[in-house]
Design a protein around this ligand. Structure first.
Ligand code: PNS
Length: 186
């Protein structure tokens, strides 16, 4: 029987429970699955590529046929480079469909031999996206049931650092304002 290797490309900033659900499903139907993190300097990610890679490596350690890699350039070129025959993507709701269809058809135009395979994560994860997780975390909401515990921990660490930085900036500004007021008094 033909062995099928697939790539699962994405930003994974951060990896969510929905991503992991899809990886688990993908690992059951493909012989090999490469989770491929896009290196895109134009996006302003919360986590570095290296942080995301480490998180995904730890989170998928239990799957023997899953590996983690990073790529830049076209997804189809990367897929060919690693010898993959399929691209795995998740569809959560109808709202994903238009964008995913456009991407799948463009990828097919670029590389007709590559198939895009869509899978649906469990419905309990259908509302989760990395963008919303980042927003909720940044505004102090609970993200515990949205991402795996490791990612939740890393998000909390990021938010602590950001708050400390904000507080330090505010303190610096207050000091400089006080100094300028006292200079004006003199
Ligand atoms: O997790 P995301 O951000 O929805 O993933 C989008 C991703 C990385 C799959 C898409 O942006 C992509 O494939 N980028 C690589 C550049 C490319 O191939 N562009 C043409 C796609 S039709």
């Amino acid at each position: 029987m033909k062995r099928v290797k697939a790539i699962y490309p994405g930003s994974f900033d951060p990896p969510t429970n929905g991503h992991l659900d899809l990886i688990q499903r993908g690992s059951k139907i493909f012989d090999e699955l490469v989770v491929a993190i896009l290196r895109n300097p134009e996006k302003d990610p919360l986590f570095t590529v290296s942080d995301r890679r480490k998180m995904l490596e730890e989170l998928t350690a239990e799957f023997d046929n899953v590996s983690i890699d990073t790529f830049d350039g076209l997804t189809v070129d990367y897929a060919l480079r690693v010898g993959a025959g399929a691209i795995l993507r998740g569809i959560r709701a109808i709202s994903d469909y238009e964008y995913e269809l456009q991407m799948a058809l463009m990828n097919r135009k670029l590389q007709p031999g590559l198939e895009t395979v869509f899978m649906m994560p469990a419905e309990k994860y259908s509302y989760i996206s990395s963008r919303l997780v980042r927003e909720v975390a940044q505004l102090g909401g609970s993200i515990d049931c949205l991402v795996p515990p490791l990612a939740a921990q890393k998000l909390r660490e990021k938010m602590d650092v950001a708050h400390k930085f904000e507080n330090a900036e505010q303190a610096e500004q207050q000091i400089s304002e006080r100094k300028s007021r006292s200079r004006k008094k003199k």
